[in-house]
Write a protein that binds this ligand. Structure first.
Ligand code: TXE
Length: 480
């Protein structure tokens, strides 16, 4: 059985305790590899290696850092097929999705920041001929990058790339639920000649590895993407240590369809927003508000479209949905569907575990599910489900839908579908969320600041914001 190893100081090493955890393949529910059950000792070794490497890496010229990162991106592409299969096997998602989204995005992230670091610039503030102020930006030191299981390599590189480009060294902790692509990435780093200690990857359980990492005195900065509860915990333990913190957390994102929307575009985006990656993207549109004039027609079109989405073997290119990430997560989603029913929700399609044949019969598959008839403020419409489940809610007026859209504690993203430009802009401005799309969903420009309001997070990453986050500004005032 494959044994995943930690990547510390340029080498692949066993956890110091010698202990391992089982790694499951969600498509068939079977254990297929072992994950290091690392602890504080492994984190201490990784932070020490990163601290030592910082002395050289932070002083390495930007062009050289950029060249090394570009090589890393090329090396990911050389291993594309292997990474696609590994991401799908570890996470349950269709290989076709990994091949179109997750894996291509990893080298894109790295190249973006390898380029951005060469084109960064600083402002000068002149004081009426008396003085000039300028701001130097210095890397912070050892950065902790903690990433989740839904887009494993994509989100790992989204954090690691800007941290390294800006001159920090990194200790990364991938999710214990999906460690395989991070392990392959560590082999790729060795192959591409990344200097030792610059990036270290320690595998293992959330709190057992995460707490020693986030509270380590030699780690001044923490970038975390994951659940809101974990984010709250990390904030509570790192704030008294005055660490720099970025939190990308959950979402309960509204997708708002007005009567005057381009109907076909709105239906297909609503299905995409609800079910892509089995609904396991923090940006998924899980609350679907449809204006009453088109409600019935829209509902029927969405049901039809959803019924055509094949749940199946992630290896099969016809499968639009694969397995959800774990048995526990599957149960959590099924419990939420049961709760929806108990609250009076009507299941328009789906609602059940999907049992596939043969070797896949113990896999964690759930039918894409549409629920109607729930109050906008009930638990199911307020709490994140993070599965292939969408709740459809009719509305009358613009004011009413804004109020319902803003009723949750989250504020990550929103989509609005209307052909009325003024209305689109007006509603976008009124929705409490960090990202708003008009007439589309999940169109990402890597230059824009990305992140959420309210309980969806703290801080923004993306583009030069990420480079700012992973550096400390120092203002210099020169009297002239
Ligand atoms: O996430 P966790 P879970 C949401 C989604 C999901 C819920 C819980 O609703 O159902 O969160 O998922 C690491 N110190 N999202 O429990 O635990 C953990 O090992 C440091 C939204 O799987 O937050 C993993 O690497 N790190 C989300 C990472 O945190 C700790 C994506 C995320 O896991 C830690 C995933 C600790 N004490 C889930 N405890 C998004 N925003 O996209 C755990 N971790």
């Amino acid at each position: 059985m494959d044994k995943i190893l930690n990547y510390i100081n340029g080498e692949l090493v066993e956890p110091k305790s010698g202990n391992y955890l089982d790694n499951y393949n969600p498509s068939n529910g079977k254990v297929y590899s072992l994950i290091p059950d690392s602890d504080k000792d492994d984190i201490d070794a990784a932070v020490a290696a990163a601290k030592e490497a910082f002395n050289t890496w932070s002083k390495t010229p930007k062009q050289e850092r950029s060249d090394i990162l570009m090589k890393l991106a090329d090396a990911i592409e050389k291993n594309f097929e292997e990474l696609v299969k590994a991401e799908s096997k570890d996470n349950g998602k269709p290989e076709s999705l990994a091949a179109h989204v997750d894996i291509p995005r990893a080298p894109a992230n790295i190249r973006f920041f390898a380029g951005a670091i060469l084109h960064d610039s600083a402002k000068v503030h002149e004081m009426d001929g008396m003085a000039i102020n300028y701001t130097l930006r210095k890397p912070l030191g050892v950065a902790a990058c903690i990433s989740p299981w839904n887009l494993p390599l994509y989100l790992l590189t989204w954090k690691v790339a800007p941290a390294l480009a800006a001159g920090n060294t990194v200790v990364a902790k991938p999710s214990e639920v999906t460690p395989m692509t991070a392990y392959l990435f560590s082999k790729i780093c060795i192959e591409a000649g990344l200097p030792k200690g610059v990036l270290n990857i320690v595998h293992g359980l959330g709190s057992k590895v995460g707490d020693p990492l986030t509270t380590h005195p030699d780690v001044p900065v923490v970038s975390f993407t994951g659940g809101t509860v974990t984010g709250k915990h990390i904030a509570s333990i790192t704030a008294p240590m005055f660490k720099k913190l970025s939190l990308e957390l959950g979402g309960k994102n509204p997708n708002i369809i007005f009567d005057d929307a381009d109907f076909e575009k709105a239906v297909s985006n609503a299905a995409r927003a609800a079910f892509t990656n089995q609904g396991q993207i923090c940006l998924c549109g899980s609350r679907l508000f449809v204006q009453k004039g088109i409600y019935n027609k829209f509902r029927e079109a969405l049901i039809l479209k959803t019924k055509k989405l094949t749940v199946g073997d992630p290896k099969d290119s016809n499968s639009k949905l694969g397995a959800v990430v774990s048995k526990e997560h599957m149960q959590k989603i099924l419990d939420k569907i049961a709760l929806a029913k108990s609250l009076g929700g009507n299941i328009l399609t789906g609602g059940e575990r999907e049992i596939l044949e043969g070797d896949l019969k113990s896999g964690y598959y759930i039918q894409p599910t549409i629920i109607e008839g729930l109050d906008f403020d009930c638990e199911v419409n307020q709490e994140e489900i993070f599965g292939p489940v969408v709740s459809i809610i009719p509305f009358d007026t613009e004011e009413q839908v804004i109020e319902m859209a803003n009723s949750t504690k989250y504020g990550l993203s929103a989509s609005i579908f209307t052909e009325n430009i003024s209305k689109g802009h007006r509603v976008a401005a009124a929705i409490d969320s960090g990202v708003v799309w008009i007439n589309t969903w999940l169109l990402r420009d890597l230059r824009i600041p990305f992140g959420g309001m309210k309980h969806s997070g703290v801080g923004r990453e993306g583009g030069f914001k990420s480079l700012e986050f992973f550096t400390e500004p120092k203002n210099v005032c020169v009297k002239i």
